[in-house]
Design a protein around this ligand. Structure first.
Ligand code: NAP
Length: 328
Protein backbone atom coordinates (compact mmCIF):
# COMPACT_ATOMS: atom_id res chain seq x y z
CA UNK A 1 0.00 0.00 0.00
CA UNK A 2 1.87 3.06 -1.31
CA UNK A 3 3.84 1.64 -4.22
CA UNK A 4 6.85 3.95 -4.32
CA UNK A 5 10.50 3.45 -3.42
CA UNK A 6 10.05 1.31 -0.30
CA UNK A 7 6.87 -0.47 -1.42
CA UNK A 8 8.33 -1.21 -4.85
CA UNK A 9 11.63 -2.48 -3.50
CA UNK A 10 10.27 -4.65 -0.67
CA UNK A 11 7.28 -5.84 -2.69
CA UNK A 12 9.48 -6.47 -5.73
CA UNK A 13 12.00 -8.53 -3.70
CA UNK A 14 9.16 -10.58 -2.18
CA UNK A 15 7.56 -11.23 -5.56
CA UNK A 16 10.93 -12.16 -7.08
CA UNK A 17 11.15 -14.79 -4.30
CA UNK A 18 7.77 -16.23 -5.25
CA UNK A 19 5.35 -14.35 -2.95
CA UNK A 20 2.23 -13.11 -4.78
CA UNK A 21 2.14 -9.33 -4.33
CA UNK A 22 -0.62 -6.82 -5.13
CA UNK A 23 0.78 -3.28 -5.46
CA UNK A 24 -1.45 -0.29 -4.67
CA UNK A 25 -0.13 3.06 -5.84
CA UNK A 26 -0.64 6.18 -7.91
CA UNK A 27 -1.32 6.01 -11.65
CA UNK A 28 1.82 8.05 -12.45
CA UNK A 29 4.00 5.44 -10.70
CA UNK A 30 2.14 2.35 -11.85
CA UNK A 31 2.08 3.54 -15.49
CA UNK A 32 5.89 3.55 -15.47
CA UNK A 33 5.95 0.06 -13.97
CA UNK A 34 3.40 -1.12 -16.56
CA UNK A 35 5.74 0.05 -19.31
CA UNK A 36 9.11 -0.97 -17.86
CA UNK A 37 8.25 -3.72 -15.37
CA UNK A 38 9.93 -3.73 -11.98
CA UNK A 39 13.67 -4.07 -11.45
CA UNK A 40 15.21 -4.39 -7.98
CA UNK A 41 18.93 -3.85 -7.55
CA UNK A 42 21.21 -3.23 -4.58
CA UNK A 43 24.73 -2.17 -3.75
CA UNK A 44 25.72 -5.83 -3.29
CA UNK A 45 25.02 -6.83 -6.90
CA UNK A 46 21.39 -7.99 -6.71
CA UNK A 47 19.59 -7.45 -10.01
CA UNK A 48 16.15 -8.99 -10.54
CA UNK A 49 13.43 -8.11 -13.01
CA UNK A 50 9.69 -8.65 -13.04
CA UNK A 51 7.98 -8.31 -16.41
CA UNK A 52 5.02 -5.89 -16.67
CA UNK A 53 2.71 -8.87 -17.26
CA UNK A 54 3.81 -10.34 -13.89
CA UNK A 55 2.69 -7.26 -11.93
CA UNK A 56 -0.69 -7.16 -10.18
CA UNK A 57 -1.41 -3.48 -9.51
CA UNK A 58 -4.18 -1.01 -8.86
CA UNK A 59 -4.89 2.47 -7.57
CA UNK A 60 -7.13 1.21 -4.76
CA UNK A 61 -6.95 -1.85 -2.53
CA UNK A 62 -9.08 -4.28 -4.51
CA UNK A 63 -12.35 -5.42 -2.90
CA UNK A 64 -12.36 -9.09 -2.04
CA UNK A 65 -8.60 -9.17 -1.53
CA UNK A 66 -7.69 -11.02 1.67
CA UNK A 67 -3.93 -10.51 1.96
CA UNK A 68 -1.94 -12.46 4.53
CA UNK A 69 0.06 -9.28 5.18
CA UNK A 70 -0.12 -5.65 4.05
CA UNK A 71 2.99 -3.47 3.88
CA UNK A 72 2.19 0.21 4.43
CA UNK A 73 4.72 2.34 2.58
CA UNK A 74 3.08 5.75 2.11
CA UNK A 75 4.74 8.90 3.48
CA UNK A 76 3.73 9.75 7.05
CA UNK A 77 1.28 12.50 6.07
CA UNK A 78 -0.70 10.03 3.95
CA UNK A 79 -1.08 7.41 6.69
CA UNK A 80 -4.61 8.14 7.92
CA UNK A 81 -6.12 8.27 4.42
CA UNK A 82 -4.38 5.06 3.35
CA UNK A 83 -5.44 3.34 6.57
CA UNK A 84 -9.09 4.26 5.99
CA UNK A 85 -8.91 2.96 2.40
CA UNK A 86 -7.44 -0.33 3.60
CA UNK A 87 -10.09 -0.70 6.30
CA UNK A 88 -12.84 -0.21 3.71
CA UNK A 89 -11.50 -3.02 1.51
CA UNK A 90 -9.91 -5.63 3.78
CA UNK A 91 -11.21 -8.11 6.36
CA UNK A 92 -11.02 -6.96 9.99
CA UNK A 93 -7.87 -8.12 11.73
CA UNK A 94 -5.69 -8.07 8.58
CA UNK A 95 -2.09 -7.47 9.74
CA UNK A 96 -0.52 -4.28 8.36
CA UNK A 97 3.19 -3.65 8.84
CA UNK A 98 4.21 0.00 8.64
CA UNK A 99 7.53 0.40 6.82
CA UNK A 100 7.54 4.13 7.40
CA UNK A 101 9.93 6.48 9.15
CA UNK A 102 8.85 8.39 12.23
CA UNK A 103 7.29 7.16 15.45
CA UNK A 104 3.56 7.82 15.35
CA UNK A 105 2.31 6.14 12.14
CA UNK A 106 0.80 3.08 13.76
CA UNK A 107 -1.11 5.22 16.27
CA UNK A 108 -2.40 7.45 13.45
CA UNK A 109 -3.37 4.40 11.38
CA UNK A 110 -5.07 2.72 14.32
CA UNK A 111 -7.08 5.87 15.04
CA UNK A 112 -8.27 5.94 11.41
CA UNK A 113 -8.83 2.18 11.09
CA UNK A 114 -9.06 0.43 14.47
CA UNK A 115 -10.28 -2.83 12.92
CA UNK A 116 -6.94 -3.68 11.25
CA UNK A 117 -3.95 -5.16 13.09
CA UNK A 118 -1.29 -2.41 12.93
CA UNK A 119 2.36 -3.26 13.49
CA UNK A 120 5.33 -0.88 13.46
CA UNK A 121 8.39 -1.62 11.34
CA UNK A 122 11.64 0.10 10.42
CA UNK A 123 13.57 0.24 7.14
CA UNK A 124 17.23 1.09 7.82
CA UNK A 125 18.40 1.53 4.24
CA UNK A 126 18.02 4.07 1.49
CA UNK A 127 15.95 3.11 -1.55
CA UNK A 128 15.56 5.25 -4.64
CA UNK A 129 13.63 4.88 -7.88
CA UNK A 130 16.53 5.45 -10.30
CA UNK A 131 14.26 5.34 -13.36
CA UNK A 132 10.60 4.29 -13.74
CA UNK A 133 10.31 0.83 -12.20
CA UNK A 134 13.97 0.58 -11.18
CA UNK A 135 14.22 0.48 -7.37
CA UNK A 136 17.73 0.52 -5.96
CA UNK A 137 18.85 -0.08 -2.38
CA UNK A 138 21.86 2.18 -1.91
CA UNK A 139 22.86 1.37 1.70
CA UNK A 140 22.79 -1.69 3.95
CA UNK A 141 21.05 -2.93 7.10
CA UNK A 142 18.34 -5.25 8.36
CA UNK A 143 14.58 -4.61 8.44
CA UNK A 144 13.06 -4.50 11.93
CA UNK A 145 9.52 -4.94 13.22
CA UNK A 146 7.58 -5.35 16.42
CA UNK A 147 7.46 -9.01 17.45
CA UNK A 148 3.96 -10.40 16.87
CA UNK A 149 2.55 -13.86 16.08
CA UNK A 150 1.28 -12.47 12.77
CA UNK A 151 4.82 -11.63 11.66
CA UNK A 152 6.76 -14.67 12.87
CA UNK A 153 5.90 -16.89 9.85
CA UNK A 154 7.15 -14.10 7.61
CA UNK A 155 10.70 -13.97 8.99
CA UNK A 156 12.00 -16.89 6.84
CA UNK A 157 10.03 -15.62 3.85
CA UNK A 158 11.66 -12.18 4.08
CA UNK A 159 15.05 -13.82 4.66
CA UNK A 160 14.63 -15.92 1.49
CA UNK A 161 13.70 -12.74 -0.41
CA UNK A 162 16.99 -11.10 0.62
CA UNK A 163 15.18 -8.88 3.14
CA UNK A 164 16.56 -10.00 6.52
CA UNK A 165 13.99 -9.06 9.18
CA UNK A 166 14.53 -8.97 12.94
CA UNK A 167 11.57 -8.90 15.34
CA UNK A 168 11.93 -6.85 18.54
CA UNK A 169 9.90 -7.07 21.72
CA UNK A 170 9.85 -3.27 21.80
CA UNK A 171 10.43 -1.50 18.48
CA UNK A 172 10.26 2.02 19.89
CA UNK A 173 14.02 2.33 20.69
CA UNK A 174 14.76 1.07 17.16
CA UNK A 175 12.38 3.63 15.64
CA UNK A 176 14.05 6.39 17.65
CA UNK A 177 17.49 5.11 16.62
CA UNK A 178 16.38 5.49 12.99
CA UNK A 179 14.79 8.87 13.63
CA UNK A 180 18.12 10.17 14.96
CA UNK A 181 19.64 9.33 11.56
CA UNK A 182 16.70 10.89 9.73
CA UNK A 183 17.48 14.21 11.41
CA UNK A 184 19.93 14.70 8.55
CA UNK A 185 16.98 14.82 6.11
CA UNK A 186 16.10 18.50 6.74
CA UNK A 187 19.80 19.45 6.71
CA UNK A 188 20.27 17.65 3.40
CA UNK A 189 17.10 19.12 1.92
CA UNK A 190 18.11 22.67 2.85
CA UNK A 191 21.72 22.19 1.67
CA UNK A 192 20.62 21.55 -1.91
CA UNK A 193 23.46 19.00 -2.20
CA UNK A 194 23.56 15.23 -2.72
CA UNK A 195 23.84 13.37 0.62
CA UNK A 196 27.49 12.46 0.25
CA UNK A 197 28.59 15.99 -0.68
CA UNK A 198 26.57 17.40 2.21
CA UNK A 199 28.03 14.95 4.75
CA UNK A 200 31.55 15.80 3.55
CA UNK A 201 31.10 19.33 4.96
CA UNK A 202 31.69 19.71 8.68
CA UNK A 203 29.36 22.71 8.90
CA UNK A 204 26.34 20.62 7.84
CA UNK A 205 27.44 17.71 10.03
CA UNK A 206 27.58 20.09 13.01
CA UNK A 207 23.95 21.06 12.40
CA UNK A 208 22.99 17.36 12.11
CA UNK A 209 24.93 16.62 15.33
CA UNK A 210 23.24 19.47 17.18
CA UNK A 211 19.78 18.20 16.16
CA UNK A 212 20.78 14.73 17.37
CA UNK A 213 22.11 16.00 20.72
CA UNK A 214 18.84 17.77 21.32
CA UNK A 215 16.88 14.62 20.45
CA UNK A 216 19.11 12.43 22.65
CA UNK A 217 18.52 14.84 25.56
CA UNK A 218 14.74 14.61 25.04
CA UNK A 219 14.98 10.80 24.85
CA UNK A 220 17.01 10.78 28.08
CA UNK A 221 14.31 12.84 29.79
CA UNK A 222 11.72 10.34 28.52
CA UNK A 223 13.76 7.36 29.71
CA UNK A 224 14.17 5.99 26.16
CA UNK A 225 17.54 4.54 25.16
CA UNK A 226 17.69 4.73 21.34
CA UNK A 227 18.90 1.53 19.64
CA UNK A 228 21.95 1.46 17.41
CA UNK A 229 20.81 1.42 13.78
CA UNK A 230 23.98 2.72 12.08
CA UNK A 231 27.60 1.61 12.42
CA UNK A 232 28.09 4.09 15.29
CA UNK A 233 26.22 4.05 18.64
CA UNK A 234 23.60 6.84 18.92
CA UNK A 235 25.43 8.67 21.71
CA UNK A 236 28.73 8.64 19.82
CA UNK A 237 27.23 9.80 16.52
CA UNK A 238 27.26 13.55 17.32
CA UNK A 239 30.91 13.25 18.36
CA UNK A 240 31.87 11.45 15.14
CA UNK A 241 29.86 13.92 13.02
CA UNK A 242 31.67 16.85 14.61
CA UNK A 243 35.15 15.57 13.70
CA UNK A 244 37.21 17.61 11.19
CA UNK A 245 36.57 16.57 7.57
CA UNK A 246 39.72 14.44 7.05
CA UNK A 247 39.26 12.51 10.27
CA UNK A 248 35.52 12.07 9.68
CA UNK A 249 36.16 10.61 6.23
CA UNK A 250 38.50 8.03 7.74
CA UNK A 251 36.26 7.11 10.70
CA UNK A 252 32.92 7.16 8.84
CA UNK A 253 33.78 5.26 5.68
CA UNK A 254 30.64 3.13 5.99
CA UNK A 255 28.38 6.14 6.49
CA UNK A 256 29.87 7.67 3.34
CA UNK A 257 29.27 4.54 1.25
CA UNK A 258 26.43 6.36 -0.54
CA UNK A 259 25.82 6.71 -4.26
CA UNK A 260 27.28 10.14 -5.17
CA UNK A 261 23.95 11.36 -6.58
CA UNK A 262 21.70 10.07 -3.75
CA UNK A 263 19.64 12.73 -1.95
CA UNK A 264 17.29 12.49 0.99
CA UNK A 265 13.66 11.97 0.04
CA UNK A 266 12.92 15.25 1.83
CA UNK A 267 15.09 17.01 -0.76
CA UNK A 268 13.03 15.34 -3.50
CA UNK A 269 9.80 16.32 -1.75
CA UNK A 270 10.85 19.98 -1.61
CA UNK A 271 11.99 19.95 -5.23
CA UNK A 272 8.66 18.45 -6.36
CA UNK A 273 6.50 20.73 -4.17
CA UNK A 274 5.22 17.81 -2.04
CA UNK A 275 4.57 17.83 1.69
CA UNK A 276 7.64 16.72 3.65
CA UNK A 277 7.91 14.39 6.65
CA UNK A 278 9.60 17.05 8.78
CA UNK A 279 6.73 17.07 11.26
CA UNK A 280 7.06 13.29 11.77
CA UNK A 281 10.81 13.68 12.41
CA UNK A 282 11.83 17.02 13.99
CA UNK A 283 8.24 17.59 15.11
CA UNK A 284 8.33 14.30 17.00
CA UNK A 285 11.47 15.43 18.84
CA UNK A 286 9.79 18.72 19.77
CA UNK A 287 6.69 16.88 21.05
CA UNK A 288 8.75 14.42 23.09
CA UNK A 289 10.80 17.25 24.63
CA UNK A 290 7.66 19.22 25.52
CA UNK A 291 6.00 16.17 27.03
CA UNK A 292 8.94 16.03 29.45
CA UNK A 293 9.13 19.71 30.32
CA UNK A 294 11.94 20.59 27.90
CA UNK A 295 12.37 22.48 24.63
CA UNK A 296 13.95 21.36 21.36
CA UNK A 297 14.52 24.77 19.73
CA UNK A 298 16.91 23.61 17.00
CA UNK A 299 14.54 20.91 15.75
CA UNK A 300 11.73 23.43 15.94
CA UNK A 301 13.68 26.05 13.97
CA UNK A 302 14.90 23.74 11.23
CA UNK A 303 11.39 22.35 10.79
CA UNK A 304 10.21 25.94 10.36
CA UNK A 305 12.87 26.53 7.67
CA UNK A 306 11.73 23.42 5.77
CA UNK A 307 8.08 24.50 5.97
CA UNK A 308 9.03 28.01 4.78
CA UNK A 309 11.19 26.71 1.90
CA UNK A 310 8.47 26.54 -0.82
CA UNK A 311 7.79 30.27 -0.39
CA UNK A 312 11.54 31.12 -0.34
CA UNK A 313 13.39 28.33 -2.17
CA UNK A 314 17.16 28.54 -1.73
CA UNK A 315 20.15 26.30 -1.05
CA UNK A 316 21.51 27.07 2.41
CA UNK A 317 25.33 27.21 2.67
CA UNK A 318 26.46 25.48 5.87
CA UNK A 319 27.62 28.74 7.50
CA UNK A 320 24.23 30.40 6.88
CA UNK A 321 22.36 27.41 8.28
CA UNK A 322 24.56 27.31 11.39
CA UNK A 323 24.07 31.06 11.91
CA UNK A 324 20.30 30.79 11.41
CA UNK A 325 20.16 28.10 14.10
CA UNK A 326 22.40 30.07 16.47
CA UNK A 327 25.26 27.55 16.17
CA UNK A 328 27.90 30.16 15.16
N1 NAP B 1 12.97 5.76 0.36
C1 NAP B 1 13.74 5.44 1.37
O1 NAP B 1 14.96 5.34 1.22
C2 NAP B 1 13.17 5.16 2.71
C3 NAP B 1 13.93 4.43 3.62
C4 NAP B 1 13.39 4.14 4.86
C5 NAP B 1 12.14 4.57 5.18
N2 NAP B 1 11.42 5.29 4.29
C6 NAP B 1 10.10 5.71 4.68
O2 NAP B 1 9.16 4.90 3.98
C7 NAP B 1 7.96 5.64 3.72
C8 NAP B 1 7.72 5.63 2.22
O3 NAP B 1 8.78 6.30 1.59
P1 NAP B 1 9.06 6.19 0.03
O4 NAP B 1 10.38 6.83 -0.19
O5 NAP B 1 8.81 4.83 -0.45
O6 NAP B 1 7.89 7.15 -0.51
P2 NAP B 1 7.35 7.29 -2.01
O7 NAP B 1 8.42 6.85 -2.97
O8 NAP B 1 6.80 8.66 -2.12
O9 NAP B 1 6.20 6.20 -2.12
C9 NAP B 1 4.94 6.34 -1.54
C10 NAP B 1 3.92 6.29 -2.68
O10 NAP B 1 2.65 6.02 -2.11
C11 NAP B 1 1.71 6.84 -2.79
N3 NAP B 1 0.50 6.97 -1.99
C12 NAP B 1 0.23 7.80 -0.95
N4 NAP B 1 -1.02 7.59 -0.48
C13 NAP B 1 -1.56 6.61 -1.26
C14 NAP B 1 -2.81 5.98 -1.29
N5 NAP B 1 -3.77 6.31 -0.41
N6 NAP B 1 -3.05 5.03 -2.22
C15 NAP B 1 -2.09 4.69 -3.12
N7 NAP B 1 -0.87 5.27 -3.14
C16 NAP B 1 -0.60 6.22 -2.22
C17 NAP B 1 2.46 8.13 -2.96
O11 NAP B 1 1.81 8.99 -3.85
P3 NAP B 1 1.73 10.60 -3.52
O12 NAP B 1 3.12 11.12 -3.71
O13 NAP B 1 0.73 11.10 -4.48
O14 NAP B 1 1.27 10.75 -2.08
C18 NAP B 1 3.80 7.62 -3.45
O15 NAP B 1 3.75 7.35 -4.82
C19 NAP B 1 8.22 7.03 4.31
O16 NAP B 1 7.73 7.11 5.62
C20 NAP B 1 9.74 7.13 4.31
O17 NAP B 1 10.22 8.04 5.29
C21 NAP B 1 11.90 5.59 3.05
Amino acid sequence: MGAGSVGGYVGGCLQAAGVPVHFVGRARTLDGWRTHGLRVTDQDGRDERLAPSALDMGEQPRDGLAPALVLLAVKCGATATAAAQLAAALPAGTPVLSLQNGIGNVEAAHAAAPGLHWLPGMVPYNIAELSPGHLHRGTGGRLAAQDDPALRPWVPVFEAAGLPLRLHTDLRPVQWGKLLLNLNNPVNALSGLPLRAELMQRGYRRVFAALQREAVAALGAAGIEPAQVAAVAPRRLPVVLSLPDGLFQRVAQRMLRIDPEARSSMADDLALGRATEVDALCGEVVRLARAHGRDAPLNERIARLVRAWPAHPRAWPATDLQRELGLR
